[in-house]
Structures are given as structure tokens and as C-alpha cells.
Ligand binder design. Structure first.
Ligand code: IMP
Ligand code: MG
Length: 178
């Protein structure tokens, strides 16, 4: 397994890019079937989801729009439990089908907060598409509707995910060596 150093920590490959792409295609196919004729608005949650959103949108073939919000909750390798909104929603969400696009759902605090915001802005249907899901860490009621891959409760980097801002550019996903 390939090892990589990001700042002061060592990581090793856990999910190769090919497996990510297979999972992304499967998510997109399901969305194409479920949301045909619904004119969905995809909302990419920056920073981490930029790479997954780009991969996903290339496989979504139904008419749709994409927009971006920016939030932050992690410091180092763990969640602060608080979600800071850095860039908010600009568009009219009234009656829309909204798909929140996340890199990873961990405790679920981030998507829970955004689901509530989007519903409060009048969206008719709110769904979550996430590249990765940590089922053992999730503490909210509503699971993501679209999940690329389930992963154990370890800290990872790569394919958009960072450790203190670094490692987002790695193509594969790497797990922290304990
Ligand atoms: P949640 O609010 O606890 O579900 O955390 C979601 C956010 O925390 C994600 O959008 C990521 O930005 C970040 N995050 C969660 N787990 C990891 C990880 O293993 N590596 C890097 N970032 C993570
Ligand atoms: Mg994120």
C-alpha cells in the first residue's frame, strides 16, 4: 500500500480512485432515475465536496443546476461539533428539489443543519448525496439518500478531503496510520 505524508501525519491508501469512480457512477445512475423531470438543484458543500461534485456532475445526465455553499466544522482530525457558514445560499429554493452534495457524512451535524436551512427556504424535497459515509459515527435521524461508499470511523484524506487544509489534491483516499 502506498504511503503519503500530509503535514505531520502518515497515511496509507485505503480507496483507489477507480473504486471511487465506480461508486460515483452508481450514485449518478440512481439520481438520474429518481430525479428525472424534477429539475434538481445540486448544492456542492465546499470545500471538501468540490472533487466529488465535479465527478458526479459529469455522470448526471438529466437537466439540472449546480450551486455552492461553504461551511466548516473540522479542526485537525476531529469535528468541533459546530458548523460555521462561510458562504450561504443565494438562489430561490422555493418548491425546488435540492440535492446537497457532500464529500463525507461523519456525525451528520453538517447535513442536518443544511437540510433544515434548505427546508426553511421553501424547498419541496431535500436529499443528500455523499461520496463517503461513516455509519458508526452518524448520530442524526435521516441517513443520506445517496451514498457512494461506507467507510470505518477513521480519519481520511484525499479526493477533496483535507487534514488542516492539505491533501485535497490526492487522487486516491488515504487513511491515517494510528
Ligand atoms: P459531520 O458534520 O460530522 O458529518 O462532518 C462532516 C464534515 O467533516 C465533512 O464535510 C468533512 O469536511 C469533515 N470530515 C469528516 N470526516 C472527515 C475525515 O475523515 N477527513 C477529513 N474531513 C472529514
Ligand atoms: Mg465537507
Amino acid at each position: 500500500m502506498a504511503k503519503v505524508r500530509v503535514l505531520d501525519k502518515e497515511f496509507e491508501t485505503s480507496i483507489p480512485e477507480s473504486a471511487i469512480q465506480d461508486a460515483v457512477r452508481a450514485v449518478a445512475e440512481k439520481i438520474n432515475r429518481d430525479l428525472e423531470g424534477k429539475d434538481p438543484l445540486f448544492v456542492c458543500i465546499l470545500n471538501g465536496a468540490f472533487m466529488f461534485a465535479a465527478d458526479l456532475m459529469k455522470c448526471v445526465s438529466i437537466p439540472c443546476e449546480i450551486s455552492f455553499v461553504k461551511v466548516a466544522s473540522y479542526a485537525g482530525t476531529s469535528t468541533t461539533g459546530k458548523v460555521k457558514e462561510l458562504i450561504g445560499f443565494n438562489e430561490n429554493l422555493d418548491g425546488r428539489t435540492v440535492v446537497l452534495v457532500e464529500d463525507i457524512v461523519d456525525t451528520g451535524i453538517t447535513i442536518d443543519m443544511l437540510r433544515k436551512q434548505v427546508s426553511a427556504k421553501g424547498a419541496a424535497d431535500v436529499r443528500v448525496a455523499t461520496m463517503l459515509y461513516k455509519p458508526d459515527s452518524f448520530r442524526m435521524d435521516i441517513k443520506p439518500e445517496y451514498i457512494g461508499l461506507n467507510i470505518p470511523n477513521d480519519f481520511i484524506v484525499g479526493h477533496g478531503l483535507d487534514y488542516n487544509g492539505y491533501g485535497r489534491n490526492l487522487k486516491d483516499i488515504y487513511t491515517l496510520i494510528q
